[in-house]
Design a protein around this ligand. Structure first.
Ligand code: AKB
Length: 316
């Protein structure tokens, strides 16, 4: 069966790489990239691109109908740090866009939905080490609240209306192609850029702040794997815990120093430290590993080697 895919939020960090991978797998003519503006010219010029406002039902529906879309990846969201600056905007964007896509699936315009959740669904009362799938969840950020509520709605739409929606609780994602924007884990990308351009990074988290992280290639693989898994194998209809590695700013700095010995780091924690403190240090993702055979590939040393190699080329 041929797939017709729409990515909403295709100009962002994950959306852009997902678009390239999906085009490679299913062909340029079957993958429509969309965003609210032309903010990533590489994506805009790389294939079919449409301006779509994720908060406007008619805008999404028009695009879905124009291209006979059957699968939507909803990657548009306001992340944790920006969400704390604009709480109502974060709530509106993250919830409205999800309802629009779920309602399009309920009305049978589309067959399948991917919606990303996050480790931000957990809060300071959650066990921090090897956080289980089912546990206390009292998120303290607006972003975390939208993700937790969104998970409940995904499960509800599946149970009530048989909507095929699949979801992952992403950790911090590390990539070199497109910069992340407005997240608490963004330091783990910025540090590599600054290591190359300035040989120095002033980190907004404390040196011992351990957080779950993942290389982009693993995140894309997990996303495509869960979407291609048999419906019966995707047993969790809210969102799956997903893990690869965990590290602290100090550990990533040490791994960079193995390649750039003169690299220096300082620590000046800001409001994002409070957010990071409320999140897990590591995640138990055994359901994903069991149900649809999830396996990560990249460890910290692999990530550092790849990030520095690719960014050196980019900055040259
Ligand atoms: C953020 O830091 O807000 C995101 C996330 C962990 O969902 N990267």
């Amino acid at each position: 069966m041929s797939k017709k895919i729409l990515i909403i939020g295709a100009c962002g960090q994950i959306g852009s790489e997902l678009t390239f991978k999906l085009r490679e797998l299913y062909g340029d003519e079957n993958v429509v990239a969309s965003d609210i503006s032309y903010s990533n010219l590489e994506i805009v010029n790389s294939g079919i691109f449409e301006i779509v406002d994720a908060q406007d039902y008619a805008s999404v529906q028009t695009c879905v109908q124009k291209y006979n879309i059957d699968t939507v990846y909803l990657m548009a969201a306001m992340l944790s740090a920006t969400g704390e600056k604009y709480p109502m905007k974060a709530w509106d964007l993250n919830m409205t866009s999800l309802f629009h896509v779920l309602n399009l699936a309920r009305a049978k315009f589309i067959k399948k939905v991917f919606w990303p959740s996050s480790i931000a669904v957990f809060g300071s009362t959650t066990p921090t080490d090897y956080t289980p799938q089912y546990t206390i969840m009292e998120p303290s950020t607006v972003y975390g609240i939208t993700k937790q509520v969104g998970e409940r709605w995904c499960e509800y739409y599946h149970n009530k209306y048989d909507v095929d929606v699949r979801s992952l609780r992403y950790p911090g994602i590390i990539s070199w192609k497109t910069l992340p924007g407005g997240g608490t884990t963004d330091y783990a990308v910025e540090i590599y850029h600054k290591a190359i351009t300035d040989k120095f990074y002033d980190c907004f988290l404390k040196e011992d702040t351990k957080l779950p992280m993942m290389f982009m290639d693993d995140a894309i693989k997990a996303t495509i794997d869960i979407m291609n898994a048999k419906k019966n194998d995707v047993k969790i209809k809210s969102s799956y815990n997903l893990a690869a590695i965990s590290f602290t700013p100090k550990e990533v700095a040490e791994s960079i120093k193995k390649h750039i010995p003169e690299f220096k780091i300082t620590y000046n924690p800001d409001y994002r430290q409070t957010i990071a403190n409320s999140w897990p240090k590591s995640i138990n993702d055994s359901y994903a590993r069991q149900d649809w055979k999830w396996k990560h590939k990249f460890a910290l040393e692999d990530i550092t080697t790849e990030m520095l190699k690719q960014l050196y080329k980019k900055y040259k």
